[in-house]
Ligand binder design. Structure first.
Ligand SMILES: Nc1ncnc2c1ncn2[C@@H]1O[C@H](COP(=O)(O)OP(=O)(O)OP(=O)(O)O)[C@@H](O)[C@H]1O
Length: 331
C-alpha cells in the first residue's frame, strides 16, 4: 500500500470571474522509501498540491478527490485534529521561502524546541527535558551541516542568511522523524555548494532512514539525480508520470519533452552557445483556461481532437494524458 495515494484530486478556487479548477484530476502516489519529483513551470499548481496534501487551504475552496489516502486512511474525511497530528508527526513540509515559514518573533532555538515531540524525550524534571531538547536540536543542526549551533539557536530568523534559515527549516522538518518529507523548492536561491550539501543530505536520509520524499523543484538536474519517479504537471493537470529513467529516455508527452529540452544538462547534442529550445507562449491564467487539453494552444503537436480532454493512458507504470503522444505514431 502506498504511503500517500491521491486519485483525481480537484481543487476549485473562487476568483473575481467565478469558480475555476486550479487542480483538475491530479493523480499522485508515493511509496515508502520513494523519492518522487513533482515538476512543471511556475503556476502549474505544484504548491497547491502540497497545500492540499497538508490541508493548508482556505476553507471556502472546494477540494474533492476519488481517493486521498495517507497509509490507507482518508485525509479528506478526517477531523482537523487528526489531520494536524499526521502533518506534525508523520509528514513534514519544507517550503521554498524560509522567511515565510519561520516565526520572526521567536529564536530558532525556541522554534525547534517546540517542534520536538514529547514522545522523543525521557521522563524527568523540566530542566532535564530542556537539556534533552537542546541536545536533540544540536544533533539535528549538525546533520544538516550547521556547525555553529549555538549562534543559530540563539538567533532570530532575520539575523541569519537565507540559506542557513533554509537548512534550519529542513532540520526542523526532520526532527519528528517523519515518514514523508514534502520539499517545495527547498534549494531555491541557494548557492551551488549549499545546494549540493542539502541535496546530498536528502539523498542520504532517503537511503539510510528510508525517508520518502516528494521533491518539488524546477531544477531538473537535481531532480534527475535524486528522484526514482516523476510527475509532470501543466496548468493544474497531470500530463505524465512514471519512472524517472523511463521518462528521461522516452518522454511521451510533448510538454515533458519541452521541459527536458529546455534544460541544458539533458541535451548531449547541444553545441556550445546554441540557443535552448522552449515552448512558445506562456502558461494561461486560471481565468482563461483553454478547453480540453490545457497545453493545446502551445503544443507543437496539437490537432482538432485536442479540444477534448485527453484520457489518462498507461503503458505498464508509465501514465500520460495526450491524444498525440510522442514515439507512439503508427507506421
Ligand atoms: N491564493 C490564491 N488565490 C488565487 N489563485 C491562486 C492562489 N494561489 C495560487 N493561485 C493560482 O494557482 C495557480 C497555481 O499556483 P501554484 O502556486 O500552485 O503554482 P506553482 O506551480 O507552485 O508555481 P511556482 O513554481 O512559481 O511556485 C497559479 O495560476 C496561481 O496564480
Amino acid at each position: 500500500m502506498p504511503l500517500l495515494d491521491i486519485k483525481n484530486l480537484t481543487l476549485e478556487i473562487d476568483t473575481a470571474l467565478g469558480w475555476v479548477k486550479a487542480l483538475d484530476k491530479i493523480n499522485l502516489s508515493i511509496d515508502s522509501k520513494e523519492v518522487r519529483a513533482l515538476v512543471g513551470e511556475s503556476g502549474s499548481g505544484k504548491s497547491l498540491i502540497v497545500k492540499s496534501i497538508v490541508g493548508a487551504l482556505p476553507d471556502r475552496w472546494r477540494v474533492t478527490a476519488d481517493r486521498m489516502n495517507w497509509k490507507g486512511r482518508d485525509l479528506l474525511s478526517m477531523s482537523d485534529t487528526q489531520r494536524r497530528n499526521i502533518t506534525r508527526n508523520e509528514m513534514s513540509v519544507v517550503l521554498q521561502n524560509p522567511t515565510t515559514t519561520l516565526d520572526p518573533s521567536a529564536t530558532l532555538g525556541e522554534q525547534i524546541g517546540e517542534s520536538i515531540p514529547d514522545s522523543m524525550l525521557d521522563k524527568g524534571w523540566f530542566w532535564q527535558r530542556r537539556a534533552q531538547r537542546h541536545t536533540i536540536a544540536m544533533q539535528q543542526l549538525h546533520k544538516v551541516g550547521i556547525r555553529n549551533h549555538e549562534l543559530c539557536l540563539s538567533s532570530y530568523p532575520h539575523q541569519l542568511p537565507d540559506d542557513v534559515c533554509q537548512k534550519f527549516a529542513i532540520a526542523m522538518a526532520l526532527v519528528s522523524d517523519p515518514k514523508l518529507l514534502i520539499a517545495d523548492n527547498p534549494t531555491m536561491g541557494m548557492e551551488t555548494t549549499t545546494k549540493i550539501q542539502v541535496l546530498r543530505l536528502l539523498a542520504k536520509l532517503n537511503k539510510t532512514r528510508g525517508l520518502s520524499i516528494l521533491f518539488v523543484s524546477h531544477d531538473l538536474l537535481a531532480i534527475s539525480a535524486m528522484a526514482d519517479t516523476m510527475t509532470v504537471l501543466y496548468c493544474g493537470q497531470t500530463v505524465e508520470s512514471g519512472r524517472m529513467s523511463q521518462i528521461k529516455r522516452r518522454p511521451l508527452h510533448p510538454y515533458t519533452q519541452a521541459l527536458l529540452d529546455s534544460a541544458p544538462s539533458f541535451r548531449r547534442d547541444l553545441p556550445p552557445k546554441a540557443a535552448l529550445s522552449c515552448l512558445e507562449g506562456t502558461i494561461p491564467t486560471l481565468q482563461h483556461l483553454p478547453i480540453g487539453c490545457r497545453l493545446g494552444p502551445r503544443c507543437p503537436r496539437a490537432q482538432k481532437d485536442c479540444v477534448k480532454m485527453p484520457a489518462v493512458r498507461r503503458i505498464h507504470d508509465h501514465h500520460y494524458a495526450c491524444h498525440f503522444p510522442l514515439h507512439r505514431d503508427k507506421p
